[in-house]
Design a protein around this ligand. Structure first.
Ligand SMILES: [Zn+2]
Ligand SMILES: [Zn+2]
Length: 354
């Protein structure tokens, strides 16, 4: 094609650089996708935008950023088995080798091949450009009643949350507490409601986030993070605590609340990355028969299942997007996301510019 496009890279000093790139040409088993929506993830901010924290092959390789892309196939390479030109697709954000044990389970996130594991927006070009080259095996078909911005949210955030919630199992039996109400915590509240949770409680330090959760009806109760949170949650739950708790904050104090505000026999899942936590195993989990799960991203079959269910439930992940920017304003998009004074932030193209 020989065409040119603009793409955003992240030098690692809280700036965004826009550069010109060649529009890629799809090879065997690959597709060229016209990017429609590309949302910014907390880990983009933590591990790439502010500074490059990953090292070696795990690190950011100076490629086009953005690991939550969604768009439409506009060109196909030879050898495709399922997808075709015109399909609307979500990209599972890590391309794995396909043949290691983790890849065979669908968890390309933890692919063990140093040579072939490449995440979009980290080791291979991602979604902050007009076009993105992807492998067919990394695609999830986007149902017609979901928007591209719904789909972008599933590529990382909603997929990650759904996996964590499936590990602890959410149903109408459960009161659910979510600590940390960034976009991942908001997604945890939204999906908990969709899965039937009888009551949702959210905790955060940033007033703007509490406000968004209240206004969108995601949480039945919001609490400002503080030393009385465990008592406050108990008071809201007849003195019992929540059957299920989800930490999306990665904060020591908040994780302690997630553990201690869980009811006897409760299940806790840690999704927020980084940091540490201090707790006392005997009173905090052993004597109350509690279980703590860790959960990292999701597998591709569950992502496919999630888009089907989101479509059936009639919910829209894009409702969490509070700000949309065109690619030329990517710099404003990242700095707003870094401030935390927002819901989800999206860089959008074509019909997704609203
Ligand atoms: Zn992410
Ligand atoms: Zn692999």
């Amino acid at each position: 094609m020989g065409k040119k496009m603009m793409g955003a890279i992240l030098p690692g000093n809280s700036t965004v650089e826009l550069k010109e790139f060649d529009v890629p040409v799809p090879g065997h088993g690959e597709v060229l996708i016209k990017t429609k929506s590309s949302t910014i993830c907390g880990s983009d901010i933590r591990a790439i935008y502010r500074e490059h924290t990953g090292k070696g092959p795990e690190g950011y390789q100076g490629v086009i950023a953005g690991h939550e892309p969604c768009g439409q196939i506009v060109e196909t390479g030879p050898g495709l088995r399922r997808f075709k030109k015109g399909d609307r697709v979500v990209i599972y954000h890590i391309s794995g080798c396909g043949v290691c044990n983790d890849c065979r389970r669908g968890y390309m996130i933890s692919c063990t091949s140093e040579k072939y594991r490449r995440a979009y927006g980290w080791q291979r070009d991602g979604g902050m450009a007009e076009y993105i080259l992807a492998e067919e095996k990394d695609l999830v078909l986007l149902p017609d009643n979901l928007t591209y911005t719904d789909g972008a949210q599933v590529a990382c955030g909603f997929g990650t949350v759904y996996e964590g919630l499936e590990k602890i199992g959410i149903s109408g039996n459960d009161n659910v507490l979510v600590t940390g109400l960034g976009p991942v915590g908001m997604a945890a509240l939204m999906l908990s409601k969709a899965l039937g949770a009888s009551m949702t409680i959210g905790i955060d330090v940033i007033p703007e986030r509490l406000e968004i959760c209240k206004n969108l009806g995601l949480a039945d109760h919001v609490l400002t993070a503080g030393p009385d949170n465990v008592e406050e949650v108990r008071a809201l739950t007849g003195g019992m605590g929540c059957e299920k708790t989800v930490d999306c904050s990665a904060n020591d104090q908040a994780r302690q609340v997630a553990i201690r505000a869980a009811r006897k026999w409760g299940k806790i899942v840690f999704i927020g990355e980084g940091g540490k936590v201090e707790f006392n195993p005997s009173p905090d989990i052993i004597h109350d028969q509690k279980t703590i799960f860790g959960s990292w991203v999701t597998n591709i079959w569950r992502m496919e299942e999630l888009v089907e269910r989101i479509s059936r439930w009639g919910i829209h992940p894009e409702d969490l997007v509070t700000h949309r920017f065109p690619l030329e304003k990517a710099s404003d998009a990242y700095s707003l996301m870094a401030s935390g004074k927002c819901g989800k932030v999206a860089v959008v193209f074509d019909e997704e510019i609203k």
